[in-house]
Design a protein around this ligand. Structure first.
Ligand code: ADP
Length: 414
């Protein structure tokens, strides 16, 4: 089955086409047909389309909205020039959508029905910055591919539905949880599900034997404690703002700071919320950039003090979380790194794990240095009690597989 996987942002559309079925899942031979990105939707958009093994096709074109972006992607996918082997739109047999927030209702991926769409709309209150984009993608795909195209929603929050109350409740009046569902939800769930799945495959272990601390370190960054295969704690909360230091998000902060900054700077609470989301984190500390690669270059080439400070604070926060999750889950068997930074920065990985020898984890420098650009493997020494891994994440693969299973009535794995 050819599944189109869509991930819509405010002005972006990321896509992949993945060919998958039960046999391919069994021997891990799902096929990547094409992938790409439409950036700057709403103006002169930048298009980057690629078929594996061929050079990427880069171009620009005015793209009005997400519907036009989906239309443009599909026209390219079935064009002769793309050489995808897809001959017409009928060759796309299902669409999988990444949806940020599933609230308490969506504990697993779901086939999209009018009722599911209403459910995603109901969640807009909780995820005003994210869910509307997914809804736009759903409407666009339906318009371009027709009403009968089967579609699935895969939620960033679902994997964390196993969090125990002690991990998901905030210590605020319980009535606020009852009235408005103010609680911790966690995000990056599909990425964690992939890391846990892949770790099981690589180590020949079962779900019940899966006790991991996973770090998804990209522009958005979070961590997850996985015990017996279930998410038992995660660092993002009610929104993706909580937890680790991120590209432009502060992560954990004393909430009293909001009122203080608002008064001092003459800002509204909404403005301060934006400041914590968009101008803080690595960008805020360094005053330079939210991009880890650029900060590393500034630090090593110009000895920039604040670039160094930003990286230090990023790594220190992550290390503290590792310690707290070890306590929360009574120890772990492995630590897994993923995301743009986790997969590509040996320095950040080494700095996060530095000083954790006491708990049985020592980084092997050569292994760590070699694990970049999509490579998967162990970066700790053989005698480390806790193994450290790099496992490049693949959310699209799980979205495609879930979509195929839902369409064919195959039970979803837990
Ligand atoms: P997003 O959360 O937007 O999906 P990514 O997972 O693509 O983000 O991660 C982006 C981050 O990864 C950026 O901070 C980028 O600098 C960082 N990154 C990518 N490659 C490297 C590298 N070689 N060294 C250090 N950081 C890197």
């Amino acid at each position: 089955m050819n599944v189109l996987v869509l991930n819509c942002g405010s002005a972006t559309l990321k896509f992949q086409v993945i060919r998958t079925d039960a046999d391919r899942i069994a021997d891990d031979s799902d096929e990547r047909v094409a992938k790409g990105l439409v950036d700057r939707i709403g103006g002169e958009a930048l298009l980057n389309f690629q078929v594996p093994g061929k050079p990427p096709k880069r171009s620009s074109s005015p793209i009005r909205d997400h519907r036009a972006a989906v239309d443009c992607v599909l026209r390219w996918l079935v064009s002769e020039e793309a050489e995808t082997g897809l001959r017409s739109l009928a060759d796309i047999e299902g669409v999988g959508h990444r949806v940020a927030h599933g609230g308490e209702r969506f504990t697993r991926s779901s086939l999209i029905t009018p009722d599911v769409i209403r459910g995603i709309e109901d969640m807009i209150d909780l995820a005003p910055l994210h869910n509307p984009h997914a809804l736009r993608g759903i409407a666009a795909a339906r318009e371009v591919l027709g009403r009968d195209i089967p579609m699935a929603a895969v939620f960033d929050t679902s994997f964390h539905h196993t969090l125990p109350e002690q991990a998901y409740l905030y210590a605020i009046p319980y009535s606020l949880y009852r009235r408005y569902r103010v609680r911790r939800y966690g995000f990056h769930g599909t990425s964690y599900r992939y890391m846990a799945y892949r770790h099981r495959k690589l180590t020949g272990t079962t779900r019940e034997q899966t006790n991991l601390i996973c770090l998804h370190l990209g522009n958005g960054a979070s961590m997850c404690a996985i015990k017996a295969g279930n998410s038992v704690d995660t660092s993002m909360g009610f929104t993706p703002l909580e937890g680790l230091v991120m590209g432009s998000r502060s992560g954990d902060i004393d909430p009293a700071v909001m009122d203080f900054i608002a008064a001092k700077e003459g800002l509204s609470i909404h403005d301060v919320d934006m400041l914590l989301n968009k101008q803080s984190g690595l960008l805020g500390i360094s005053g330079l950039t939210n991009d880890m690669r650029e900060l590393e270059a500034e630090e090593s080439e110009h000895q920039d003090r604040r670039a160094r400070l930003a990286i230090e604070i990023f790594c220190y926060r992550a290390r503290k979380y590792i310690g707290s999750y070890l306590a929360a889950m009574n120890g772990a068997d492995a630590i897994v790194f993923a995301g743009g930074i986790g997969e590509n920065s040996p320095t950040v990985r080494a700095r996060i794990l530095d000083g954790l020898q006491w708990m049985g984890i020592t980084v092997n420098e050569d292994r760590n240095e070699s694990m970049v650009r999509g490579r998967e493997g162990v970066i700790s020494t053989d005698d480390s009690r806790v193994t450290a891994w790099v496992i490049p994440t693949d959310e699209e693969l799980l979205i495609a597989r879930d979509t195929m299973r839902l369409v064919h009535g195959i039970e979803l794995p837990i």
